[in-house]
Design a protein around this ligand. Structure first.
Ligand SMILES: [Fe+2]
Length: 307
């Protein structure tokens, strides 16, 4: 909807707000929860009340055509090869955690080295190809894509390659703790109960414990596992720490993790566009480190790294 003007509640005169376009149900919900009383909309520039836009069904041909607009066929082919090459290693990491409660560090290093090479060529193509997830590929491709995002973001911030490598490992294994949660919860298709949600909220601690069993676990990887669900205002979990108490690498991971989850394309579900995802993240006060989020938007989105 195209909002021309809003009227807010309260005794103060209403400051003029607008015009602006609202394009997601999240923005509508935010407005409903604010002190906005009424809005004036322009039906020439947007939809009318009751004119609900139905989610567009997934179209594989459109997805492929969009990819080809943004990357060359060669880059897409390379990205697909990287995904195929890393798949056995990432599977090994996930299985090792699930079956033995161990962290397959060598497999992680091999996978991240491959992702680092591919991300050097065209990180955007790799992340774009990994967006489309079939049901059984979600965990594997999310891990790979968050790793690629961490690598590309870390490089864009000027970090040394050794540090970028650790960011890549952290991105790859940030959710490893989920592998040791009960299968019934992990595979449940419906909404989780409050108790089940509490169990899921243990995954940062469980991931931290898995990686801790290494001889010399890298601190950055431990921090990413344990703190990637902390929020800048202290409302996250598991510790509820805030601001710069949250390790820098975990603040990076929170941005990459949420961005990847929001922009994931599933054949059975409408995906968020990049603009919607960024808009939602920019309008989530207290969640992210705003300086880092601004850097992510300028160095990864505006400059065209991500599509
Ligand atoms: Fe997580």
């Amino acid at each position: 909807m195209f909002v021309e003007e809003v009227e807010t509640a309260g005794s103060q005169p209403t400051p003029r707000v607008g015009p602006f376009m609202i394009s997601s149900s999240h923005e509508v919900a935010r407005m409903m929860n604010s002190n906005v009383m009424t809005v004036v909309i322009d039906v020439q520039k947007g939809v009318d009340v009751g004119q609900v836009q139905s989610p567009r069904p997934f179209n594989r041909r459109e997805f492929d055509a969009h990819l080809l607009e943004k990357a060359t066929a060669r880059d897409i082919e390379r990205a697909k090869r990287c995904i195929a090459d890393t798949k056995p290693h990432i599977r090994e990491i996930l299985l090792e955690a699930r079956i033995k409660g161990a962290f397959a560090a060598r497999a992680a290093t091999t996978a991240v080295e491959k992702i680092m090479v591919s991300a050097m060529d065209n990180a955007g193509a790799l992340i774009a190809v990994a967006k489309l997830k079939e049901r059984d590929e979600t965990t594997f491709l999310h891990s790979l894509a968050v790793s690629a995002l961490m690598i590309a973001f870390g490089r864009s911030l000027g970090h040394a390659e050794d540090d970028v490598h650790l960011l890549g490992i952290g991105g790859l294994v940030h959710d490893l703790g989920k592998m040791v949660l009960p299968t019934a919860i992990l595979t449940k298709s419906g909404k989780l109960t409050a108790d089940e949600m509490n169990v899921v909220r243990h995954h940062p601690q469980r991931g931290f414990e898995l990686v801790s069993r290494l001889n010399n676990p890298p601190q950055q990887v431990l921090d990413i596992c344990l703190y990637h669900h902390e929020k800048f205002d202290g409302s996250g979990y598991p510790r509820g720490i805030q601001g710069t108490e949250i390790p820098y690498v975990a603040r990076l991971a929170a941005i990459c993790d949420v961005y990847e989850a929001l922009t994931t394309v599933r054949p059975y579900k409408r995906a968020w566009s990049q603009a919607e995802a960024i808009n939602m993240m920019m309008n989530s006060p207290g969640h992210f480190d705003t300086n880092l989020l601004s850097a992510f938007v300028s160095k990864m989105v505006i400059n065209g790294t991500l599509h």
